[in-house]
Write a protein that binds this ligand. Structure first.
Ligand SMILES: O=P(O)(O)OC[C@H]1C[C@H](OP(=O)(O)OP(=O)(O)O)[C@H](O)[C@@H]1O
Length: 275
């Protein structure tokens, strides 16, 4: 389709935004728009400058068979921080307090704009770890993992709470979830994580860290490497967690069911950037 430059750039923007971290050959665009590769290169140079100056990300060209031009979404930490502070105001309301000092979050975990924002921040936080896939555990971790996987353009794998026939041959690991305080079993299809995979673990919530620890142990059974752990909300208590190396976007620091008071602060990810 023959387009004038402004329309071509609009179309290139749509393609890059809808296909983050996906390499495209210049020849692909040249054929799509029926225009010389040199014109496409000029279009991409204009886009690259705009994305870079607005802090929206990078447009990079890589060589080789799987190379090409691709858009790497990036996010300014200040923007992420402002967004998270706004969302924390929505989290820190007494109506969300559940028995046991938990927080009701299912409404937010089903809200596409919220999940898109969380995915964008985790994609920024783990932009450089070169993860091959994201691992989460059913159920509430799934939207977070999927949104992040879309921005990182990598697959997502879901650990099941118990054995499912539909998962084929599985590996099972026992773990203690602080949330339930009892020994539980998680299982993962044998065919889901290739050996030596670099795996990013994401979940919606961490209390004692037993579930995350279970997923780390699960990856050992697959001879795969955990390259990062991220949770949307961590509970301040217990201070001593079963995992140490993780980031959170929010921290539930105080929940009083009787007084109906709740305190949520920015999580450890943002503390890294505090002056
Ligand atoms: O750090 P821990 O003490 O292990 O607890 C965090 C677990 C428990 C909770 O899942 P559940 O609410 O039990 O399960 P679901 O996500 O299916 O609602 C949460 O989603 C994490 O996976």
């Amino acid at each position: 389709m023959k387009l004038k430059r402004s329309a071509r750039i609009a179309e290139l923007t749509r393609i890059f935004i809808e296909n983050p971290r996906t390499p495209f050959q210049l020849s692909y665009f040249s054929e799509q728009f029926d225009v010389a590769k040199s014109s496409i290169s000029e279009d991409i140079a204009i886009l690259e400058e705009y994305f870079r100056e607005r802090g929206l990300g990078e447009v990079i060209t890589t060589a080789g068979a799987s190379g090409g031009v691709k858009y790497i979404p990036r996010l300014k930490i200040e923007e992420a921080r402002e967004w998270m502070l706004h969302e924390i105001e929505r989290l820190a309301v007494p109506e969300r307090i559940l028995p046991g000092g938990f927080l009701y979050m299912s409404d937010l975990l089903g809200e596409t704009s919220f999940i898109r924002g969380v995915g964008k921040i985790f994609a920024e936080a783990f932009a450089e770890v070169k993860a091959d896939m994201i691992l989460t555990v059913e159920t509430k971790g799934i939207p977070i993992a999927l949104a992040t996987a879309l921005y990182l353009n990598i697959p997502m794998v879901v650990v099941r709470r118990d054995n499912k026939v539909t998962e084929g041959t599985t590996v099972s690991v026992n773990y203690v979830s602080g949330s339930s305080g009892r020994i539980q079993t998680m299982s993962l299809s044998r065919r889901s994580v290739p050996q030596n995979s670099r795996v990013l673990i994401l979940d919606d919530f961490m209390k004692a860290g037993g579930t995350t620890k279970g997923m780390i142990n699960m990856l050992k059974e697959f001879h795969a490497e955990c390259v990062g752990v991220g949770v949307l909300v961590e509970m301040a208590e217990p201070v001593e967690k079963l995992v140490t190396d993780y980031i959170s976007l929010a921290k539930l620091s105080e929940v009083d069911e009787v007084k109906q008071t709740i305190s949520v602060e920015l999580g450890s990810f943002f503390k890294i950037f505090e002056k």
